[in-house]
Ligand binder design. Sequence first.
Ligand SMILES: CC(C)(COP(=O)(O)OP(=O)(O)OC[C@H]1O[C@@H](n2cnc3c(N)ncnc32)[C@H](O)[C@@H]1OP(=O)(O)O)[C@@H](O)C(=O)NCCC(=O)NCCS
Length: 152
Amino acid sequence: MIRRATASDVPVCANLMLEHPVWQSYGYAFDDQCERLNRLFSDRQVLIADNDGAIRGFIVFDTRTLGDNGYVQLVAVDSRFTGNGIGERLMKAAHAAMAPLQRCFLLCTSTNVQAQRFYRRRGYVKVGELPDWLQVGTTEYVFCHYHIQSSD
Ligand SMILES: CC(C)(COP(=O)(O)OP(=O)(O)OC[C@H]1O[C@@H](n2cnc3c(N)ncnc32)[C@H](O)[C@@H]1OP(=O)(O)O)[C@@H](O)C(=O)NCCC(=O)NCCS
């Protein structure tokens, strides 16, 4: 089931990220990750993929980006359960929660080819690049979906 997040979900979500190879390279500590997620969970909207009390993934989004547009800030699925449609369900739920907005942005690191394919297959197109964004030497690709309410 997809449900709204609460502050008590933060430690499990922090662990889920720290155990994922995509984020391990950043070397974040657990407490710092919890602090980061606590801020995000209070500032943004967050949905959780919950399987009988076990958190399988989560998505963080906002509806006030570059004017009144959607923005998916973070989507993460437990690395033991990727490729099972959980990410797809989280994206669809976030798109539905953004209604009636049509446009949605997100950033994806240039080296994260798997996530880029995931976004492209769901209708996102690359519209720009942000060099030296998260770290000097790494580039974030800017993706946009122009019709999130009609594609799902
Ligand atoms: C990117 C990410 C969110 C995708 O989540 P996911 O749950 O694996 O996504 P899905 O299972 O819905 O889709 C992944 C692929 O599995 C396929 N799939 C979905 N259900 C399936 C099933 N039952 N059987 C086989 N394949 C399936 C989908 O077709 C999809 O293929 P595609 O990417 O070529 O379109 C996840 O891999 C992740 O957390 N990655 C690390 C973090 C990250 O990179 N986040 C994005 C940047 S912030």
